[in-house]
Design a protein around this ligand. Structure first.
Ligand code: ADP
Ligand code: MG
Length: 385
């Protein structure tokens, strides 16, 4: 059991609270991403888990045991960095072998000549060679073992860094933006490979990224971090469909969620752009809020639609068509995901009406907190008055 617990961790640099009380339990074998904008404290949290940075307060536990008094080397965690951190003068095989040599060989056995002459050193070296080969095989870099890092592509270097993490058989892998230095195509490919590696190893992965697509595609659960706090930790589906906070809703999603201002009447009835919606909210007094509608929650509708404007931009992606609609009373354009077959109705400048699926509407209070008690409110009678 190698469950990892982060218990109310805070970190203060000079006068700044960078982590403001972060708690997270990660199950054995789970792939959890820490995702959030640059500067929100992801790397700091990962370095504290690894033991490379001291927390100001709080606890880190592995399998129920506090490890805050252990040095990084004694926590049995493998960290993979964006920069790869390979030794340029060592071959790929020797780079991968470094942690094994440090752990398994005595100072004497590590001397090049002694390793060959001492029988105990020979046996240990052969075992290391075997383990390095196994790791290289798993990552499909066996043919590169004799090269130097300088002779490798970025993707290959990243695999060597993964190999070096792998041979240690750590309690958990900690990865800090490992794909950031790769080009877009390689990033997509390596993303799939890391997810596959995780499935094969069934090891615990904590994966830091600012890229919500990476987090969405690889993780069992995503922890969305902002300003030194975890706003929500849940499966990718829940984070996308059922966010707790407007900041989570806005951060996740390849096309940004539409946020529209709504008014809430005494009885909870919602109004959008002075139009009564067929939606009300329970248990909230009169006030204002924000309605979150993802591009796929909107659809084309007739002249009576609650949202009306005209097309100002189109992105045809082949299988889907994203259309930006300018609405007179709104500061921001509204993005609709349409079917490419609808493109005739969606020429630049075309007037359009939009309605939305009430089941997909997300309501937030003025502080961004999600209001979940949305109910359909049927129009006919009150509309007459
Ligand atoms: N050693 C340090 N000294 C002072 N401030 C730091 C240090 N390391 C990080 N910070 C600050 O802490 C904040 C979070 O940094 P970091 O954890 O690297 O964010 P992220 O990885 O999410 O981009 C940033 O504002 C950064 O400037
Ligand atoms: Mg970082």
């Amino acid at each position: 059991m190698t469950e990892l617990s982060i218990v109310n961790v805070t970190k203060r640099f000079d006068e700044t609270d960078v982590l403001k009380g972060v708690s997270l339990d990660i199950a054995d074998g789970e792939f959890v991403s820490l995702v959030g904008p640059s500067g929100c404290g992801k790397s700091t949290l990962l370095r504290i888990i690894a033991g490379l940075e001291a927390q100001t307060s709080g606890d880190i536990r592995i399998a129920g045991q506090s490890v805050v008094d252990r040095r990084a080397a004694d926590r049995n965690l493998s960290m993979v960095f964006q920069s790869y951190a390979l030794y340029p003068h060592l071959s790929v095989a020797d780079n991968i072998a470094v942690p094994l040599k440090m752990r398994r060989l005595s100072r004497l056995q590590r001397l090049p000549l002694a390793a060959r002459l001492l029988p105990s050193g020979r046996a240990a070296s052969r075992k290391i060679e075997y383990d390095v080969h196994q790791a290289a095989k798993m990552l499909e870099i066996e043919h590169l073992l004799n090269r130097k890092p300088g002779q490798l592509s970025g993707g290959q270097r990243q695999r060597v860094a993964l190999g070096r993490a792998l041979v240690r058989e750590p309690a958990a892998f900690l990865l800090d933006e490992p794909l950031s230095n790769l080009d877009a195509k390689l990033r997509v490919q390596t993303r799939a490979e890391i997810a596959q590696l995780h499935r094969r190893l069934r090891a615990t992965f904590v994966y830091v990224t600012h890229d919500q697509v990476e987090a969405m595609t690889m993780s069992d659960r995503i922890a969305v971090m902002m300003g030194g706090r975890i706003l929500q930790c849940a499966t990718p589906e829940t984070i996308y469909e059922d966010p707790d906070h407007i900041d989570v809703a806005e951060f996740i999603g390849a096309h940004k969620i539409n946020i529209l201002p709504v008014e809430i009447a005494d009885d909870g009835q919602l109004h959008l752009l002075d139009r009564r919606l067929e939606l009300s909210v329970v248990g909230v007094g009169r006030g204002v809020g924000s309605l979150g509608l993802r591009p796929e929650a909107l659809r084309l509708a007739g002249e009576n639609a609650p949202i009306r404007g005209h097309v100002v931009h189109r992105e045809n992606l082949g299988a889907e068509l994203f259309v930006q609609v300018e609405v007179a009373a709104l500061k921001e354009r509204v993005t609709l995901r349409a079917n490419p077959e609808q493109r005739r109705a969606l020429q630049l400048g075309s007037p359009v009406g939009l309605e939305f699926d009430p089941a997909k509407a997300l309501l937030f209070d003025p502080h961004g907190k999600r209001l979940r008690q949305l109910r359909p409110s049927f129009a006919a009678k009150t509309e007459v008055a």
